[in-house]
Structure formats: structure tokens, C-alpha cells
Design a protein around this ligand. Structure first.
Ligand code: NIG
Ligand code: FE
Length: 408
């Protein structure tokens, strides 16, 4: 019997990113890909394609198909901007100095509290569109510029609303433990009470967050305070992620690994023991070279050790108004290679397969494989190494979101 399918793509090379296929890209050259009901139903060498009756066909013209890109760490819903802080930092002030003088995250908190839901939506939309135009089909969005119940809810609802009006999957993360709001000055434990007793339960009740994050750093919250947030999230059945060891070693990574966190993000200052703990717990390392670059950090995350220990390395923009106002996942791939020494194949895995894992979504996306979502990008390139190598001119020829052409 001839199988029907919605779409059949032929004359295409697939960088499947499937680790069970040899080579860093899991490449299948001269492939065919069949899609039905928004999912991949067949993928393999074209000459092995079984008889099939497609409703539509696409000639891939010898181009490369990759999984849709996944940006697993962004703060793209916020009010205002911090251009004046950029100038201060260029003048020699550090990120921490700016934060301690009431600027930094708290300056964005003031602007986000003052913005209406509509203004937040309008400000976030171009950032979202910039990521989507480069082939991002799943994007994580954090709150954390509200630091009170109403504004945290406003940010998360804005993220959900963006997903309703754009062909992209958005996962949301509540980052209420991002900074101490001014009204709780000197009372951080009481603010953590508010996070655990009011904000997270309300967010969970409205199903507004898919995960919970926290900023564990001397300018934010201690390991003990973050552990309380983790315990609360886990009682609410929400997975956790941690902004860890960005500015100094705090013990956040060890705590996150003990708590089976999905990911630890930044991790410039982790130790060998932290790497071992991550390898043991399967916690993903989310590398954020754009924040490293913007803050002119010199301490590198220990890439060689992470690689040698088999820790899964994801790569993300960290798109935010302070440490990375850069809405380009492709630039992050290039920075991941040039600044952190990733291979181009590791960079692509970092924004596909490993990013899916950092979001707890590796059962549905991140790899081109039958049974997974047909979120895919067709690129006019001769080798997938070009994705990390070139910035600016190489654009998607076509973007598929759940099998539907949505851009390119
Ligand atoms: O991931 N580190 C904390 N949060 C963001 C920066 C937020 C900001 O500066 O507004 C980050 O770098
Ligand atoms: Fe961040």
C-alpha cells in the first residue's frame, strides 16, 4: 500500500543532529523527509524512501535541512533599555557596581513595572521576530523584571500571548528570584517568603510557567535562599534552572546538580567538582557567550572539562537589556566557537538537541527524527559548518513550524 503524507522534501541533505547517526551533525546526504500531522514520519537516504503519495512536495535544491533552532535562555519581555548603563560600563564601571548603585536589573524592573501589558508586548515583538527570522522555532522567555506578583504575572502572560500570535513555541520560566526589589531592601529572606508563598503558587495555578529559575550570586540570592526556591518549585511540580557562577563561585552549580536541575546557565566560575556533579546529575550546561562578551568577562567556562566529562552543552543568547542586548542566536553560535572554542557541530548541537534538553523537551524536538516535531530550517549552504562560521548574510531559505512553512 502507498503511504500518504502531507509533505515530502527531497534533494536535500539533513543535518539531523541525531547522535545515533555518525559524525557531529548526524548527516544524511541526499535525504528525503516526509511530514504528516506536524511531525516527521520518515527520514532517510532518498534511495531508501518507500512508496509514498505526498499531498505536497518540495525540491530542497541540494540545500541543508536542520532542526529548528532553540533559544533556551532569554529575558526578552522587558520595558525600557539600558543604553546609559552601557556607556557607564564602557567608562570603566563594572556590571556589579552599576547593579549595586540601583541600576542594572532594578532599572529594568522600574521600566517593566511602569509599562502596560500592551507596551510590553509591542516592545518584545521585534526581539522575538529577530530570533524567529534566523530560524528559531522554540524560545524560552523568563520573567524576573517584575519582582512583585502583578508584574511577574504581566510578564509571563505577555510571553504566552506572544506565542498565541506568532508561529513559534514559547516556554516560560518564572525568575521572580532575580534580584531583591527595593521595597524588600535588607529583608531578602522575606522576599523569598513572598516568592515561595505567593508568586510561585499563583504562577503555577494559572499555569503560566513551565520552569522556575533563580539568580544565585552575591548581588542577588544566596545558595540557601535559592535552595528554598528550588524546594518550593519542586513541590509545585515545576522543573528548575539556575543562573549560576556568572560572576563568582558560589556553590550554585553543586546545589543545582543535587536538586536535579534541568540546567545551570553561565557557569564561568565552576570548579572541577562542579563539572563532575553536573555529569553525574545530567544537568545541562547552558553557555552564554553574548553575556561573556558584553561584560568583557575574562574567565572562560571550562569547555574542555565539560566536554571530557560528557556534560551536555547548550548555547543561548541570554537576550536581555543588561548583559546581552543581542537578538541573534546565529551570532552566539559564532561566539561559542570563537570565544569558547566549541566546534561548529557543537555550536549547532548547542542550539538544537542540547537546548531542547535544557528545556526538558528532548522527547519532542531538537533532532530531525521520525516521531518528533517537524520544526525545521532549510539553509542555502554547502556545509553545516557555515552556520557558525558566517554571520549576517546566510539566512534561512525556508522555516517550517510543525510542518508548516512560516518563513524564509
Ligand atoms: O542572565 N544574570 C542575571 N540575569 C541576566 C542579566 C539581567 C540584566 O542585567 O538585566 C543574565 O545575564
Ligand atoms: Fe539570563
Amino acid at each position: 500500500m502507498t503511504e500518504r503524507c502531507d509533505l515530502l522534501i527531497t534533494n536535500v541533505h539533513a543535518a539531523t543532529m541525531d547522535p545515533s547517526i555518525a559524525g557531529g551533525y548526524g548527516a544524511v546526504e541526499d535525504a528525503a523527509v516526509a511530514v504528516t500531522g506536524g511531525k516527521i514520519v520518515w527520514l532517510g537516504p532518498r534511495k531508501e524512501l518507500p512508496d509514498c503519495a505526498p499531498d505536497a512536495t518540495l525540491d530542497g535544491e541540494g540545500q541543508w535541512l536542520t532542526p529548528g533552532l532553540i533559544d533556551c535562555h532569554t529575558h526578552l519581555v522587558y520595558g525600557g533599555h539600558r543604553a546609559s548603563e552601557f556607556a557607564r560600563r564602557l567608562g570603566g564601571e563594572s556590571y556589579e557596581e552599576v547593579a549595586r548603585s540601583g541600576g542594572g536589573i532594578l532599572s529594568t524592573v522600574r521600566a517593566t513595572r511602569a509599562a502596560s501589558a500592551e507596551q510590553l508586548y509591542r516592545a518584545a515583538e521585534p526581539r522575538l521576530q529577530a530570533l524567529m527570522s534566523e530560524g528559531a522555532t522554540t524560545i524560552e522567555v523568563k520573567s524576573g523584571y517584575g519582582l512583585d506578583l502583578d508584574t511577574e504575572l504581566k510578564q509571563l502572560r505577555t510571553a504566552r500571548r506572544l506565542a498565541q500570535h506568532h508561529p513559534v513555541a514559547i516556554t516560560t520560566t518564572c525568575l521572580a528570584a532575580h534580584a531583591l526589589p527595593p521595597e524588600y531592601d535588607g529583608r531578602p529572606d522575606e522576599y523569598i517568603d513572598l516568592v515561595c508563598e505567593e508568586i510561585l503558587p499563583a504562577v503555577a495555578k494559572e499555569q503560566l510557567a513551565d520552569a522556575v529559575d533563580m539568580f544565585c550570586e552575591s548581588i542577588a540570592f544566596s545558595v540557601e535562599q535559592c535552595q528554598r526556591v528550588i524546594d518550593c518549585a519542586q513541590k509545585l511540580d515545576l522543573p528548575v534552572k539556575v543562573h549560576a557562577e556568572q560572576l563568582a563561585r558560589t556553590g550554585a552549580t553543586a546545589m543545582a546538580a543535587r536538586s536535579s536541575a534541568l540546567s545551570v546557565d553561565h557557569i564561568e566560575y565552576i570548579t572541577d567538582a562542579d563539572v563532575a556533579a553536573m555529569a553525574e546529575s545530567g544537568t545541562v550546561a547552558v553557555l552564554l557567550p553574548g553575556a561573556f562578551y558584553t561584560l568583557r568577562e575574562t574567565q572562560m567556562p571550562p569547555i574542555d572539562k565539560l566536554r571530557a566529562s560528557g556534560v551536555c552543552m547548550a548555547l543561548s543568547t541570554d537576550l536581555n537589556p543588561g548583559s546581552c542586548p543581542i537578538a541573534s542566536l546565529r551570532l552566539m553560535m559564532n561566539m561559542g566557537c570563537n570565544l569558547f572554542g566549541l566546534t561548529p557541530a557543537e555550536a549547532l548541537a548547542g542550539v538544537t538537541r542540547s537546548a531542547a534538553r535544557a528545556l526538558g523537551l528532548c522527547c519532542s524536538r531538537g533532532v530531525l527524527r521520525p516521531g518528533l516535531r517537524a520544526d525545521m530550517v532549510l539553509w542555502p549552504m554547502e556545509t553545516p559548518d557555515q552556520l557558525a562560521y558566517e554571520v549576517g548574510a546566510l539566512k534561512p531559505a525556508q522555516i517550517f513550524f510543525a510542518g508548516r512553512t512560516v518563513g524564509g
